[in-house]
Design a protein around this ligand. Structure first.
Ligand code: DX5
Ligand code: ZN
Length: 217
């Protein structure tokens, strides 16, 4: 099934609860939560207190994208505040296998993310252990960037491997996804689509519906 995961990094934080209710009611299945630590990526975004605060606003899947160094330190806390999927960056984990195991031990879904310049081959040894692979389509750290076209080919490469192996692993794409380019990612094999600025800029409800039309076509 194809799912939309609007990135609340692009939301108006003064109306965060209301905007989450809008995406929920418009049919978005996930809520994408970008956590940045100012080390792995240049920016600092928000953390556990915010996630805890918005958890009662929706029952949709909380899709936590941790752009933080050594995320093992905080897995417990992210589970406690209500994350349903925890995605860590392969580049930020010294012992990726251990980190993935630690996430799964907590009873939540585990995802692994790779930056545009990180090859798909890097995560193949743990592919059978994860529920989702996040292929970054921009360099992580900021919303509103332009999609990097060669990442579409990485999605295609990963999808082929997953199908050949017979694994059940979702492919998420994140960064610079718009109504104009989303079909290319869907055709390549992505099934979880993150969109920040193209959902929250303008009419949020209408934007979600337009994305869902493409995801369900
Ligand atoms: C980038 C974040 C993305 C970002 C997406 O570091 O991981 O989730 O917020 O925003 P847009 O869709 O505006 O690129
Ligand atoms: Zn993200």
């Amino acid at each position: 099934m194809n799912c939309l995961s609007p990135s609340i990094l692009a939301a108006d934080f003064s109306q965060l609860g209301d905007q989450i209710r809008i995406i929920d009611e418009a049919g978005a299945q996930y809520v994408h939560i970008d956590v940045m630590d100012g080390m792995f990526v240049p920016s600092i975004s928000y953390g556990m207190p915010v996630i805890k605060c918005i958890r009662p606003c929706t029952e949709r899947v909380f899709d936590a994208h941790l752009m933080i160094e050594d995320p093992d330190r905080y897995i417990d806390e992210f589970v406690k505040v209500g994350a349903d999927i925890i995605t860590v960056h392969a580049e930020a984990c010294k012992h990726l296998d251990r980190t993935i195991e630690a996430i799964k031990e907590k009873g939540v879904l585990a995802g692994v993310a790779i930056n545009p310049a990180t090859p798909v081959s890097q995560i193949l040894p743990i592919l059978h252990k994860v529920n989702m692979v996040l292929i970054m389509s921009v360099n992580p750290g900021f919303g509103g960037q332009k999609m990097i076209p060669y990442t579409i080919e990485k999605v295609r490469e990963l999808k082929k491997i997953i199908d050949e192996k017979g694994y059940e692993v979702d492919i998420e794409v994140d960064g610079g996804i718009t109504l104009e380019n989303v079909e290319q990612f869907l055709a390549a094999g992505a099934n979880i689509i993150v969109a920040g600025s193209s959902v929250f800029n303008g009419d949020i409800e209408e934007n979600v519906k337009c994305f869902l039309d493409k995801l369900n076509a």
